[in-house]
Design a protein around this ligand. Sequence first.
Ligand SMILES: Nc1nc2c(ncn2[C@@H]2O[C@H](COP(=O)(O)OP(=O)(O)OP(=O)(O)O)[C@@H](O)[C@H]2O)c(=O)[nH]1
Ligand SMILES: [Mg+2]
Length: 287
Amino acid sequence: MRYAVLVTGPAGAGKSTFCRSFMTHLKAARRTGHLVNLDPAADPESFEYEPSIDIRDLVSLEDVMTELGYGPNGGLLYCFEYLLENMDWLEEEIGDYENDYLIFDCPGQIELYTHHRFFPTLVANLSRMGIRTCALYLVESQFMEDKYKFFSGVLSAMSSMVNLELPWINVMTKMDLVTAKENDPNAGRIASRKKRNIARYLDPDPLLLATTPERAVSSNPRFHSLNQAIVQLIEEHPLVSFLPLDLTSEESLETIVSHVDYVMQYGEDEEPKEPMDLDEGDFADLE
Ligand SMILES: Nc1nc2c(ncn2[C@@H]2O[C@H](COP(=O)(O)OP(=O)(O)OP(=O)(O)O)[C@@H](O)[C@H]2O)c(=O)[nH]1
Ligand SMILES: [Mg+2]
């Protein structure tokens, strides 16, 4: 069985950093992972792990911009149109890795996830090749500092989920930045308020939006009705919740990896393992 993890999300969410940590984690656990760079604009200097597959071997943004005169965003879309026409290149590159995780480091243009046909086509191809696929959608903790920004993150996660129809995990990255501020002199008070609030963000509480009339009052009343509609949408379709990721904690990364393993049913086709790590003493409490 082969597995693909698409690491997606808006620009700067920490996708490449997460892919690196994921690779390191797999290595430490003696599992094999292969990095697939799908970002035609990636800076090769920044790779800690050499990608096994690199879209820049097929087409690079730099060449498209200099040779065809595209700007950065149009150029990126051109790269993906080009990859779409050359999907057999990707299939050949994917070749026949066995029992491995392919970790796809994706670019940060969210239109690619919300309405472009590139990702649905890629997903269909992976599925035809018998590769189990799931997507992670990363949003950075800075989004929690502004409710409006946060809900736009929730809505972009939602529309990507609907566009891709894959097993899906949303991750709130850079949680170390949230906890760092607790060194503040008012730390105790802030920490407990934060803790209460963090839960309302990780499992989005639509009332966060409903209970902040200040912008709604000062602006167009239609804005208020729009908020009401969004609140209702999230209440009726609670599709999005986030797992927190703090890369300074190994445990936090492990939790994410175990969720990925679970949604992919990793190793399910292998021989059942003997529960040899349990000795009889472990059951003593049960008797
Ligand atoms: N404090 C903190 N910073 C992080 C973390 N993850 C990433 N960063 C920083 O955030 C910035 C962006 O990280 P990247 O991993 O390049 O983000 P990306 O999503 O790959 O960005 P694009 O590919 O440009 O969309 C870098 O400066 C990272 O060092 C984290 O867990 N904590
Ligand atoms: Mg990146």
